[in-house]
Design a binder for this molecule. Structure first.
Ligand code: PMV
Length: 327
């Protein structure tokens, strides 16, 4: 074990999936039912400082300066403590530069930053693969935020989860793309993703079909990325997004994450396409619309989305880097 800093600070960027993950094959280890492919976003990130404090009775967690229930974070920090044999409680201070819990993947950047800062503060130097496995246990999508650019998350096949991790596909600089996020709601969503995807195999008739076709979607997207084929990437992105939301809608009770402005923004993206602008939407477990485009078209896409009734603001991001230490 290396020299042990008691405190460490890390930054991890949010990511959005082009090929979506929804559903778990093991809830305890947080093993996904399907693989996924994502892009990491430069403009949306979480900074997290973890300090192990001798003698402190329990973990304390602040997000954006406000104390939050530490239970989910304590379960995660226990995974780190189990590796070092330490029982020390930690102070976790975390800041998102975007709204938390509203479909902007704060759990992805948050748990990737916590995995890196927490493991370093505990004196561990984990490989990116081990960091991804650790981050996955906080949030499935966090496994991908360990890497920059384009990343693929493997569903894995073993029961211990040691092959359920992400790996990098391309660096951000290897294929510059932009994402314009249309924010249609600032409040946190009512049904978080873990609740939304629990027991999905028994709650949706569409689940088996979703799982059995996922490898084809992943293969198609890998080929599109390797070929830098933007229109195929975009078509597959919209397809996977709508298929996931079809699955959500087919769940009992049905999950509807969209509002009126979400739908209006989707039509605006398709309207831009009819006018010859190559742009495609994707949406996660929330009402925000993320429009994927090439840098030459970003300003036009942002202007169009700002004019959609109900869109509160837009944020533009390029592709971002891997999780890294700020110390
Ligand atoms: O990271 P989780 O377990 O909260 O799941 C997020 C799932 C989606 O964002 C809806 C899709 C994805 O692949 O990121």
């Amino acid at each position: 074990m290396s020299k042990r800093p008691a405190s460490s600070t890390a930054r991890a960027h949010s990511n959005i999936a082009l090929i979506k993950y929804w559903g778990k094959r093991d809830a305890a280890l947080n093993l996904p039912a399907v693989g996924s492919i994502s892009i990491t976003l430069d403009a949306l990130y979480t900074d997290t400082r973890v300090t192990f404090v001798p003698g402190m009775a329990r973990d304390k967690v602040e997000i954006g300066g406000r104390g939050v229930d530490a239970a989910r974070f304590t379960r995660f920090l226990d995974l780190i403590r189990a590796r070092t044999g330490s029982a020390q409680s930690a102070r976790v201070e975390s800041w998102n530069n975007f709204p938390t819990g509203a479909g902007l993947a704060s759990s992805a950047s948050g748990f990737a930053a916590l995995a890196l800062a927490g493991s370093r503060a505990a004196g561990l130097e984990l490989s990116p693969r081990d960091l991804s496995i650790l981050a996955r246990q906080g949030s499935g999508s966090a496994a991908r935020s360990v890497f920059g650019g384009f990343a693929q998350m493997h569903r894995g096949s073993t029961d211990d989860g040691l092959d359920a991790c992400a790996e990098p596909l391309l660096e951000a600089s290897e294929w510059p793309l932009d994402v314009v996020v249309a924010i249609t709601e600032r409040e946190a969503k009512k049904v978080d993703s873990s609740a939304g995807m629990s027991d999905l195999d028994t709650r949706s008739d569409y689940f088996d079909a979703w799982v059995s076709h996922s490898e084809d979607d992943l293969a198609g997207m890998r080929d599109a990325i390797a070929a830098r084929d933007f229109s195929t990437l975009g078509e597959l992105t919209e397809y996977s997004c709508l298929k996931m939301h079809g699955l959500m809608l087919s769940t009992r009770p049905g999950l509807l994450y969209w509002n009126a402005a979400t739908v209006a923004a989707m039509h605006a993206v398709r309207g831009l396409r009819e006018d010859g602008v190559p742009v495609y939407f994707t949406i996660d477990a929330g009402p925000q619309v993320k429009a994927l485009c090439q840098p030459a078209d970003t300003a036009r896409v942002a202007t169009a989305l700002q004019q959609v009734p109900g869109v509160l603001e837009t944020r533009t991001s390029a592709l971002g880097p891997a999780a890294h230490l700020l110390d």
